[in-house]
Write a protein of this length. Structure first.
Lengths: 107, 661
C-alpha cells in the first residue's frame, strides 16, 4: 500500500513554512507582517510535533508530541498579544510601525 | 671580697640600658625640653652604662683572664644524624665577658659617655635632638652588644645594627644633600663588606658546623668559646683552602667596617655627620669593630698564612695610602678621618702579623686620642662655624683648653713619648719588625707603616698649626672664638688625660691580663730601642717640617709650576677612587638598570599593553555591528541558523566520512 503522504513531503511542507517565515522575517519592515512571518515559522515547528507524534510506540506517548503542539499554539497566541501591544505603543510613540525606524535600543 | 661572677651576670644590662634610653628618649624626647630634649636622660643612662662597663672590666682584670659566658637558648633543633646539621642546630643569645671584650667595654662605655656629655653643649643649637640622642643611645646599645656577643650570628646581628646607626647619624642633617648622599654611600660601601662577611660565615658553617671535631658547633649555637676555652681555633685544622677563603671573606667584612683599602671611600664622606658622631662612631668604636672582628677571628677561628699576608698587605698599604691623602686636605675633620683610616691600617697590620693583642692595644689608645682630636676639632667648629683650616688661625689664644687638647691628641697620634700613642704604635711596629726575619715578604708593608709615622706627624701638626697658631684667623668674617661650657671642656680634659696615660696602663699587670699575648706590655731590648729612636726621629721630623711650612701663621704655597701641583691634585681627588666608584655606579650599574628598565617597560609591559590595545581596537570595531535595527539582528540569527544547518548536515558528515574526527 502506498501512502501518498510521505515523511519527505511532510518535512518538505514544514521546511517550506519555515522558509516562508524566515523570508518574511528578513524582508518585511511592517511590524505586523513581521509578526505574521514569525507565526508562520512557529507553525512549521507545530506541524513537525504533530506529524512525528503519529509514529509514537504507544498512543499515550503520542500525546507528548500533541500536547507540545497545543502548548506552542498557546505560546504563539501570547506572543502575538504582546507583539500587538508593542505595535500599538510604537505607533503611538512614532506614528509609524516601520521596524527599521525603531533603532534607539542599541549600545 | 670581689664577687666576680655576680657582676658578670649583669653584663646583659650593658646593651639593655642604652636600648632603654633609646626607647625613652625616642618616645618622650620631644616633651623633655628642660632636659635638653632627652639629652640628659641619654647622658644619665650613658653614665650608668659606663659605671657597669668599667666595673665589669675591672673584675675581669682581677679574674686573670677568665671567660664568663651567660647564654640563653632561643631555640634548638635536635639532630637526627643525617642532613645538613647531623648534630642539630640551635640559636642562642648570650654575653661573653672575656679579656678582649672587657677591654672593648672600657673604650665603648667611656668614650660613649664622654661624647654624650659633650653633645649636650655641641648639639645645643641643632634641631631634631630627640632623634640624635635616641640614635646615639641605640648605637651604644648595639656596640655593647657587639663586643659582648658570644657567637658569630649574634655578632653579625649587632654588626648590622651599628651599621644602620652609623647610617642614621651620618645622615643626621638629612636636609643637606651631601649628608644624605654620604649616609647612603657609607651604608652601601660597608654593605659590600657585610655581604663578604656573611659569605665567610656561611663558609665556616658549611665546613665546620656539620662535620669533624667541631661538629657540635651548630648544635651549640656557633659559640666563640666552649666552657672557658676558645673552642674553634683548635678544631679548625685540615681545611686549609676553605679556611683561607673564609678568612679572606672575613677580611672583606672587616675592610668594609674599618674603611680599609679598597673600601675606604666612605669614611671621609661620613664626616658630613655631627662631629660628635665622627668621634664616637667613626673614630673610636664602630670603625674599630672591623679590627675587633679580625682579632676575634684570629683568636677563635684562626687564619692561614695566606690570609695573614693579605691582611698585612691591606693594613700596611692602607696606613700609608690614607696618610698621603690627609697631607693636603683643607677640612679639619677630613684630615682626622684619613688619619683614622691610616691608624686602623696599623691595627689591621698588627692583627695580620699575628699580634691581635698588640692591634687591640693600639685600638684602645687610638680610641681615646682620636676621639679627643675629633672633639677638639668639634669645639673649634662650634666656635668659628667653619671646617676650613685655611680660614682658621690663632685659635690657640682664645681657646686654650681646646688647643691644649688638640696638641695632646696630636702628640699622641704622632707617637711622641710618653703619650699613649707612642707606647701602642711603637709596640706595634716592633712586633711586626720581629716577624720580618721569618716573613721577609712583610718588609714593604712594614716600611710603608714606618713611613706613615712621618706623614702622620706632618699632617696632624699641619692641621694644628693652621688652626691654633698665628696671630689671628685668616678669614676676618669668622666670629670671635671662645671656649664652650664645662660639658664640652670636661670631656676634652678627661680624654686628654686618657690620651696621655692610657698607653701606660698595660704596664700594670692586672690591666695587662686584658691583653694576654706576646708583646704586652711592650718590652724594650736593644733593637726595639733603636726602632723607637727611628720612629721618634721620623715623628719629630714631621712635626718640624709642619712647623717650618705652617707654623706661626705661615701658609706654604708651592710655586705655580712646581712638581707638587699634580701630586696635590691627585691627593685632593683621593686617587680618583671615588670618581671610579661613582663611574662604576653611574655607568655600570645605571646602565644595567637602564637595560632592565627597557626590558621591563617595553618588553614585558609592551606585551601586556599591546594585547590590551589590540583587543580594545577589535571591540571598538565590533561595536558598530550593533545598529539597533531589528532586521539586522534577525539576519544574524538566520545566518547563524544556516551555518548550524550547514555544519550539521554537510560539513560534519563529510568530516566523519573522511575520518577527520
Amino acid at each position: 500500500m502506498s501512502d501518498p503522504i510521505t515523511t519527505a513531503s511532510f518535512l518538505g511542507l514544514s521546511g517550506a513554512l519555515l522558509g516562508i517565515g524566515l523570508f518574511g522575517i528578513l524582508t518585511r519592515r511592517n511590524f505586523i507582517l513581521l509578526l505574521i512571518a514569525i507565526e508562520i515559522a512557529i507553525n512549521a515547528a507545530v506541524l513537525n510535533f504533530v506529524y512525528f507524534a503519529a509514529f509514537a510506540s504507544t498512543p499515550a506517548s503520542g500525546l507528548n508530541g500533541q500536547s507540545a503542539a497545543v502548548v506552542l499554539v498557546g505560546l504563539a497566541a501570547t506572543e502575538i498579544a504582546v507583539g500587538l501591544a508593542i505595535v500599538l505603543a510604537l505607533n503611538r510613540l512614532r506614528g509609524s510601525i516601520n521596524v527599521t525606524e525603531a533603532t534607539s535600543l542599541r549600545l | 671580697m670581689w664577687q666576680a661572677t655576680y657582676l658578670f651576670d649583669w653584663a646583659f644590662l650593658l646593651p639593655l640600658l642604652p636600648a632603654l634610653s633609646f626607647v625613652i628618649v625616642g618616645l618622650l624626647g620631644p616633651r623633655l625640653k628642660r632636659l635638653e630634649h632627652g639629652g640628659w636622660v641619654a647622658v644619665g643612662f650613658g653614665f650608668a652604662t659606663m659605671v657597669i662597663g668599667v666595673w665589669i672590666a675591672v673584675e675581669e682584670m682581677l679574674s686573670s683572664g677568665g671567660y664568663t659566658d651567660q647564654q640563653y637558648t632561643w631555640f634548638s633543633i635536635p639532630g637526627n644524624g643525617t642532613g645538613t646539621f647531623p648534630n642539630g642546630f640551635s640559636l642562642v643569645v648570650g654575653t661573653l665577658v672575656d679579656p678582649i671584650s672587657a677591654l672593648m667595654l672600657i673604650v665603648v662605655t667611656v668614650v660613649g659617655f664622654l661624647v654624650l656629655l659633650y653633645s649636650i653643649g655641641y648639639m645645643h643649637h641643632d634641631g631634631g635632638l630627640p632623634r640624635y640622642y635616641a640614635e646615639l643611645s641605640l648605637f651604644l646599645a648595639a656596640m655593647n652588644g657587639l663586643v659582648l656577643s658570644d657567637n658569630l650570628l649574634e655578632f653579625f646581628l649587632f654588626w648590622e645594627l651599628v651599621g644602620v646607626c652609623s647610617y642614621f647619624l651620618i645622615g643626621f642633617y638629612y636636609e643637606k644633600p651631601s649628608a644624605a648622599s654620604a649616609a647612603k654611600e657609607a651604608f652601601l660601601v660597608t654593605r659590600v663588606g657585610d655581604i663578604l662577611f656573611l659569605l665567610g660565615i656561611f663558609v665556616y658553617f658549611a665546613t665546620y658546623a656539620t662535620s669533624g671535631s667541631a661538629g657540635g658547633w651548630a648544635a651549640n649555637g656557633f659559640p666563640f668559646v666552649q666552657g672557658n676555652q676558645p673552642f674553634l681555633a683548635g678544631a679548625m685544622g685540615g681545611h686549609s683552602t676553605t679556611l683561607t677563603i673564609a678568612g679572606l671573606l672575613i677580611l672583606g667584612g672587616a675592610a668594609g667596617k674599618s674603611a680599609q683599602f679598597p673600601l675606604h671611600v666612605w669614611l671621609p664622606d661620613a664626616m658630613e655627620g655631627p662631629t660628635t658622631v665622627s668621634a664616637l662612631i667613626h673614630a673610636a668604636t664602630m670603625v674599630a669593630a672591623g679590627v675587633y672582628l679580625l682579632a676575634v677571628a684570629s683568636l677563635f677561628l684562626g687564619f692561614t698564612p695566606a690570609d695573614q699576608l693579605a691582611i698585612v698587605a691591606i693594613g700596611g698599604f692602607t696606613s700609608f695610602f690614607a696618610a698621603t691623602m690627609a697631607l693636603v686636605n683643607t677640612d679639619i675633620k677630613r684630615v682626622i678621618a684619613y688619619s683614622t683610616i691610616s691608624q686602623l691600617g696599623y691595627m689591621v697590620l698588627a692583627v695580620g702579623a699575628g699580634f691581635a693583642m698588640v692591634g687591640l692595644y693600639h685600638l684602645f689608645t687610638h680610641a681615646f686620642f682620636k676621639a679627643l682630636l675629633f672633639l677638639a676639632a668639634g669645639s673649634v667648629i662650634h666656635a668659628v662655624g667653619t671646617q676650613d683650616l685655611f680660614k682658621m688661625g690663632g685659635l690657640g689664644k682664645s681657646m686654650r683648653i681646646t688647643g691644649f687638647a688638640f696638641l695632646v691628641g696630636g702628640l699622641s697620634l704622632s707617637g711622641i713619648v710618653p703619650f699613649a700613642g707612642f707606647w701602642s704604635k711603637d709596640d706595634l711596629l716592633a712586633s711586626v719588625y720581629g716577624t720580618l726575619a721569618t716573613h721577609p715578604v712583610y718588609w714593604p708593608f712594614f716600611l710603608m707603616a714606618l713611613a706613615t709615622v712621618f706623614l702622620t706627624a706632618y699632617y696632624i701638626f699641619r692641621a694644628f698649626f693652621l688652626a691654633f697658631s698665628g696671630p689671628a684667623s685668616r678669614d676676618p668674617t669668622l666670629p670671635t672664638a671662645h671656649e664652650a661650657s664645662w660639658v664640652m671642656t670636661g670631656p676634652l680634659l678627661a680624654l686628654s688625660g686618657l690620651a696621655m696615660g692610657a698607653g701606660l696602663l698595660p704596664f700594670i699587670p692586672a690591666f695587662a691580663s686584658l691583653l694576654p699575648g706576646a708583646g704586652i706590655p711592650p718590652h724594650y731590648g736593644l733593637s726595639e730601642l733603636a726602632l723607637s729612636g727611628i720612629s721618634l726621629g721620623l715623628a719629630a721630623g714631621g712635626i718640624g717640617l709642619a712647623y717650618s711650612l705652617w707654623g706661626n701663621g705661615k701658609v706654604y704655597t708651592a710655586a705655580p709650576n712646581s712638581a707638587l701641583g699634580p701630586v696635590r691634585a691627585l691627593l685632593l681627588r683621593r686617587y680618583y677612587f671615588k670618581d671610579a666608584y661613582d663611574a662604576i655606579g653611574l655607568r655600570g650599574l645605571y646602565g644595567l638598570s637602564r637595560a632592565a628598565d627597557f626590558v621591563e617597560r617595553y618588553m614585558i609591559d609592551g606585551t601586556v599593553h599591546g594585547l590590551e590595545r589590540a583587543f580594545g581596537g577589535l571591540s571598538n570595531r565590533l561595536r558598530h555591528i550593533e545598529s539597533g535595527v531589528v532586521l539586522d539582528y534577525a539576519a544574524f540569527l538566520v545566518s547563524g541558523l544556516l551555518f548550524l544547518l550547514l555544519f550539521l548536515l554537510v560539513i560534519a558528515p563529510w568530516l566523519v566520512s573522511t575520518g577527520g574526527i
